[in-house]
Design a binder for this molecule. Structure first.
Ligand code: NAD
Ligand code: MG
Length: 394
């Protein structure tokens, strides 16, 4: 039987909740024995306490340093220990779980991820921004610790399931599928008045706000290209993107003999999370089974970098290397946050990111954590300044 001691970083989020629900279902079905060591969240005290109690976690950490007393009060009598502040989240990552779900959103997840990776935990990898921003440091930490990198992003999980790691030279290309987001069929100019509520409504997947906006701009697929370049030993030039609106094929590997291997399934994150939890075994999940007769047809289109300039920005920053992808990620995080708060029009999200890529020149040569965090800060400050500048012009 599958046995794991699991920690969930970002337990109150979309992926975090999917993970906890799966663990509960697998334990109840006696398909696995998963103990939850620690759960963490940013600021939602009630949700975190509820999650910690439901999965009988040993420790709950809230990043907001002012929420410690409230969290402790909610956990009185449960035997669950708690802590608040960034150090508490790092303490959670340092505990002895052998499997850590990295499901914090954004570069805020880097340090806890590095702590878990360096001590040798297997990392279930949802938090793509960490790889985009600090890919070398993350891979070095996993190598040092000796744990496995288990991709959770559905595309990368799909590729992972059909990738021949013993013969990467027999792979011609990776094909990442993209749903195209909610605005696939819209003229770019018609997106000027898009509201946050419209942008977060994804046609196929139910996800957190930031990744939903990234799907609408298609920056998500750009970030995923960079993520794939770090995870798989296939050259970055050989990573293609194809739009597949039904989201049934989650990605493919094209081999030199002409065989193309794909992983299919309903669009439910439970499936890649289960794959990462049980790998190389498999477990039952409550996910809806794929019925191809109901799907009926599958369409494929080329990805349009003119309609979705975020795809071009991500590709160019991957080509440029160095700190470019760190700047791309930080600027995009700020631009998306500004859009979600109503401070930036939808079409300016990629404009702010492009401005930062053109103007932020990091004088940090290394790729160590200190340099990455300094560049990340530089890009964030520039992005916020740009958001204000654009607001004044309107
Ligand atoms: P979400 O917004 O629903 O949840 C984010 C989680 O991170 C929450 O638990 C939140 O409390 C925590 N968090 C946010 N800021 C934090 C901070 N500063 N410090 C500590 N914790 C913080 O996001 P999500 O949709 O679950 O996505 C999580 C990650 O997984 C993202 O990187 C996303 O790109 C990736 N991902 C998500 C999906 C999906 O279906 N939702 C699919 C593939 C990849
Ligand atoms: Mg994805």
């Amino acid at each position: 039987m599958l046995k794991r001691r699991a920690t969930i970083l970002g337990a109150t989020g979309s992926v975090g909740q999917t993970t906890l629900n799966l663990i509960k279902a697998a334990n109840e079905a006696r398909d696995a024995e998963i103990e939850v060591v620690a759960v963490t969240a940013n600021s939602k005290v009630d949700e975190l306490a509820e999650a910690a109690i439901a999965c009988r976690a040993e420790f709950a950490a809230i990043a907001n340093p002012h929420a410690g007393e409230e969290l402790a009060a909610r956990l009185v009598g449960t035997g669950i220990k708690s802590g608040a502040g960034t150090q508490a989240v790092l303490d959670a990552a340092a505990m002895d779980a052998d499997w850590v779900m990295a499901a914090i959103v954004g570069a805020a997840g880097i340090e806890p991820l590095l702590v878990a990776a360096e001590r040798g935990a297997d990392i279930a990898f949802a938090n793509k921004e960490c790889l985009v921003c600090a890919g070398d440091a993350v891979l070095a930490a996993i190598k040092k610790g000796g744990g496995k990198l288990l991709p959770v992003d559905s595309e990368h999980n799909a590729i992972f399931q059909v990738y021949d790691f013993d013969r990467p030279h027999r792979i011609r290309k990776l094909i990442l599928t993209a749903s195209g987001g909610p605005f696939r069929e819209r003229e770019r100019a018609s997106l000027a008045e898009i509201t946050p509520a419209e942008a977060v409504k994804h046609p196929n997947w139910s996800m957190g706000a930031k990744i939903s906006v990234d799907s609408a701009t298609m920056m998500n697929k750009g970030l995923e290209r960079i993520e794939a370049a770090y995870i798989f030993p296939t050259p970055k030039e050989d990573i293609d993107i194809v739009v597949h609106p039904q989201s049934v094929i989650h990605s493919m590997v094209d081999y030199v003999d002409g065989s193309v291997l794909a992983q299919l399934g309903t669009p439910d994150m439970t499936i890649p999370v289960a794959s990462a939890l049980a790998w190389p075994d498999r477990i039952n999940t409550p996910a809806e089974q794929l019925d191809l007769t109901k799907v009926g047809r599958m369409d494929f289109f080329p990805a349009d970098e003119e309609q979705f300039p975020a795809l071009r920005l991500a590709r160019e920053s991957l080509d440029e290397g160095g700190m470019a992808t760190c700047v791309l990620n930080a600027a995009n995080e700020v631009a998306v946050a500004a859009f979600l708060k109503g401070h930036l029009p939808f079409l300016d999200i990629t404009g702010v990111t492009e401005h930062c890529l053109e103007t932020v020149r990091s004088n940090h040569a290394g790729t160590g954590l200190a340099e990455i965090l300094a560049t990340d800060k530089l890009a964030r400050d520039r992005a916020w300044a740009r958001v204000e500048e654009l607001a004044q012009r309107r």
